[in-house]
Design a protein around this ligand. Structure first.
Ligand code: ADP
Ligand code: MG
Length: 257
């Protein structure tokens, strides 16, 4: 009798394992869009997820912070199970920033207010401290001088940098990015990727769904290629992007490179 290789659903307990996903399945109606995903993201690691449209990349990220409820499987964040029915989901989620393709800033709030409202409402931090923290992060993304502007007064690239500053202002342990540059005009992509590159160099744990292959190759510690709801191939970026072993990976890369 052969032993199955179903991954165990036990958190490692290692401080450095920030995201652990075990045999994750997700269906929408009859259609299973994730069919058994297991992965671990370590502290300070940058993992880029690539793959064709519809392969389940966004659904995977959304299951990690429980914006989607997995059909089965378990997800641990910093060794706490977010998929446990008794989990304090808000508390676990507060460790994770999320940056979307559409920046989702509050249009009626200034840049500074966008970066303080989560701190004051969710974390109960006083306004002066929240502003100091927000201005520090706005400085890091090069937008301290636009603190009093409204989102509509900024370019898409600037808005996305505000969204990153907003996520960081919540003092998160990790940031999940879902195609953060896909909605941007090409000339605005570079500034956002520069901010992400610096964030990666600072040691932030990042899971990044992206079509920016040059970024993935340069910045990622590990690249995961997804297709049809499964991980087809993963490994060192130079390996997965530069010398893919699987036919499906090669076909995808030929189309995007
Ligand atoms: P990707 O991000 O890789 O493009 P998605 O995770 O967005 O892929 O989608 C995977 C599949 O799941 C797609 O076929 C998509 O149409 C489907 N899907 C995603 N979200 C929903 C939803 N809320 N309801 C029904 N189907 C969905
Ligand atoms: Mg997507």
């Amino acid at each position: 009798m052969t032993e199955t290789t179903t991954p165990t659903a036990i958190p490692s307990g290692r401080r450095e394992d920030e995201i652990q996903v075990y045999d994750l399945h997700k269906s929408f109606g009859e259609r299973e869009v994730l069919t058994g995903i297991s992965l671990t993201v370590h502290q300070g690691e940058v993992v880029c997820v690539i793959g064709p449209s519809g392969s389940g990349k966004s659904t995977l990220l959304r299951c990690v912070n429980l914006l989607e409820i997995p059909t089965s499987g378990r997800v641990f964040i910093l060794n706490e199970e977010i998929t446990d029915p008794d989990a304090d989901v808000d508390a676990i989620r507060s460790q994770m920033g999320m940056v979307f393709q559409q920046f989702n800033l509050f249009p009626h709030l200034t840049v500074l207010q966008n970066c303080t409202i989560g701190q004051t409402v969710v974390k109960k931090i006083d306004k002066a401290t929240a502003e100091k923290i927000a201005l520090d992060y706005l400085g890091q993304v090069g937008l301290r001088d636009r603190a009093d502007a409204y989102p509509a007064q900024l370019s898409g690239g600037q808005q996305q940098r505000v969204a990153i500053a907003r996520a960081l202002s919540m003092d998160v342990q990790m940031v999940l990015f879902d195609e953060p540059t896909s909605a941007l005009d090409p000339e605005l992509v570079g500034d956002v990727l520069d901010v992400m590159r610096r964030l990666a160099e600072s040691g932030m744990t990042m899971m990044v769904v992206t079509h920016e292959m040059a970024f993935a190759r340069e910045v990622a510690d590990r690249v995961i290629f997804m297709d049809g709801g499964v991980i087809v191939e993963e490994g060192d970026p130079d390996q997965v992007i530069g010398n893919p072993q699987q036919e499906r990976t090669r076909t995808f890369l030929q189309r995007v490179l």
